[in-house]
Design a protein around this ligand. Structure first.
Ligand code: ADP
Length: 151
C-alpha cells in the first residue's frame, strides 16, 4: 500500500492526462474569410473559436464569438469585412503542444481568460495547427474523472 491519500492519487491521475489524447479537430478559416462566413462556420461546426491559418497551414490568428459580435455591431456589411482585421494575431496567441499535460493547458485557459487553445507543432515557417483544446475538453475530462471512468 502506497499510503497515498485519495487526493494525491487523483492529482497523479489528473497530471497524467495529456493534450495529445484529448485534443479535438481544429476548425479553421483563412484571413480573407469574411466575418459573415466565419459566423456561418461557427454555427455549422458548433464551435466558439476559429483558428485562422495561412495557405500553408501555419497559424496567423484566432477569432472568437465576441470578436465577430463586436464587428457585427452597427450597419456594417459583414460580407466585406475579412476575419483578418478582427482576429487576435500572432505572436499574441496562447498555444499548447501535444506533449503538454491537459492540466497545463487548462491552466493556460484560465490564466489567459480564453475559451480555446490551438494545439501546435513547430515548423520552419511557423506553428502548424494539429488540434484544439477548449473548456469543453476540460469539462469532459472532469466529468469522466468524477464518474470514475478510466481516462
Ligand atoms: P469569446 O470572445 O467568445 O468570449 P474568448 O474568451 O476565447 O471567446 O476570446 C476573448 C478574446 O481573446 C478574443 O478577442 C479572442 O480573439 C482572444 N483569444 C481567444 N483565444 C485565444 C488564444 N488562444 N490566444 C490568444 N487570444 C485568444
Amino acid at each position: 500500500y502506497s499510503g497515498k491519500t485519495g487526493n494525491q492519487l487523483l492529482g497523479e491521475h489528473i497530471r497524467k492526462l495529456s493534450v495529445r489524447d484529448r485534443k479535438s479537430i481544429p476548425v479553421v478559416c483563412r484571413e480573407d474569410t469574411s466575418v459573415y462566413d466565419a459566423i456561418c462556420t461557427m454555427f455549422l461546426e458548433d464551435v466558439g473559436t476559429l483558428f485562422v491559418l495561412k495557405e500553408n497551414g501555419i497559424l496567423v490568428g484566432v477569432v472568437s464569438r465576441k470578436d465577430l459580435l463586436k464587428s457585427s455591431m452597427g450597419n456594417q456589411d459583414l460580407q466585406s469585412i475579412p476575419v483578418g482585421v478582427v482576429m487576435t494575431r500572432m505572436p499574441n496567441i496562447i498555444t499548447c503542444h501535444p506533449e503538454e499535460s491537459l492540466l497545463s493547458a487548462a491552466s493556460k485557459l484560465i490564466g489567459n481568460q480564453v475559451d480555446a487553445l490551438p494545439v501546435v507543432k513547430e515548423e520552419t515557417d511557423g506553428l502548424e495547427v494539429v488540434g484544439r483544446i477548449t473548456k469543453t475538453t476540460i469539462t469532459k475530462a472532469f466529468v469522466e474523472l468524477g464518474e470514475g471512468a478510466s481516462v
